[in-house]
Write a protein of this length. Structure first.
Length: 75
């Protein structure tokens, strides 16, 4: 990180947000719960243009999964 980026990051926090005085905080306390059941995938650029957010991707995959399950029952 260069000096300019470092200064920009430091300027974003107000003085009253002094996290060094927080002695009861636990880093990553809820990280495991958050990540359980979550799959992170990278969409290629052409696919990301069609599906701009997680909701649209999930809807499309649910529709596709219904088609796949119906096809498997027939076969």
């Amino acid at each position: 990180m260069n000096q300019k980026n470092s200064d920009e990051l430091n300027d974003e926090l107000l003085d009253e947000y002094d996290f060094s005085k927080m002695d009861n905080g636990v880093r990553g306390k809820y990280a495991k719960q958050y990540h359980d059941g979550v799959k992170l995938v990278m969409l290629e650029a052409d696919v990301a243009q069609i599906f701009p957010d997680a909701k649209s991707v999930n809807e499309a995959l649910r529709a596709l999964s219904k088609i796949i399950l119906q096809h498997q029952k027939i076969a």
